[in-house]
Design a binder for this molecule. Structure first.
Ligand SMILES: Nc1nc2c(ncn2[C@@H]2O[C@H](COP(=O)(O)OP(=O)(O)OP(=O)(O)O)[C@@H](O)[C@H]2O)c(=O)[nH]1
Ligand SMILES: [Zn+2]
Length: 183
């Protein structure tokens, strides 16, 4: 059965009249929206990187911060929304900056938990750049904690994955964390 039909059944089960004016196209729209929000399953990391990795002899920290992220929690299918910060220490190669955001989207547009997505992005940056030192921090608000359940609107969740020098060297980690702080 296609997703539109499934949404139609869901709405009927919820007590709605799927033939009423406002709902006529809703199953189609909802199916399209869900397909968009989970399109990361169909993406391949090499295709996303698209060869945009360049030689560079700059071995200092690169940070792409405040990348907006919209994902869906795998427990409730509700959004979690926030910012992703990515850093790495180049080891001869740098990646196209937009690809860092595209990699983030590829993993965000799946059913996720924040911690797993944090690790997946870090591993992908490591793979793409060949760098052993990668740091990823995600700060997000989970709608399943805000709109329902525990109903806490003010809390946010911060997760991190530090690899290589970011894990081993407190100074490198601090430099990253200081540079992504809000001033
Ligand atoms: N660690 C982690 N937990 C998450 C994430 N997204 C949602 N959750 C949590 O997953 C848990 C699921 O708990 P359950 O007790 O099985 O489900 P529930 O009865 O709907 O839980 P409540 O949200 O407490 O009402 C909840 O504590 C959610 O807050 C995430 O990205 N990471
Ligand atoms: Zn949830």
């Amino acid at each position: 059965m296609d997703n539109s039909k499934l949404y139609s059944e869901l709405l009927t089960n919820l007590g709605e009249d799927v033939n009423r004016d406002g709902l006529q196209k809703t199953p189609d729209r909802a199916a399209k929206a869900m397909e968009f929000l989970t399109k990361g399953y169909d993406q391949d990391l090499d295709d996303v990187i698209n060869g945009a990795v360049f030689d560079s002899d700059n071995d200092q920290m690169v940070i792409v911060k405040d990348i907006e992220m919209y994902s869906l929690c795998e427990h409730h299918l509700l959004p979690f929304v926030g910012k992703v910060h990515v850093a790495y220490l180049p080891e001869g190669k740098v990646i196209g900056l937009s690809k860092v955001a595209r990699i983030t989207d590829m993993y965000a547009r799946r059913l996720q938990i924040q911690e797993n997505m944090t690790k997946q992005i870090a591993e992908a940056i490591k793979y793409a750049t060949g760098s052993s030192s990668v740091g990823v921090v995600i700060e997000a608000q989970h709608f399943c904690m805000m709109m329902r359940g525990v109903e806490k609107q003010g809390s946010s969740t911060i997760s991190s994955m530090m690899l290589g020098t970011f894990r081993e060297n407190a100074k490198t980690r601090e430099e990253f964390l200081n540079l992504i702080k809000k001033f």
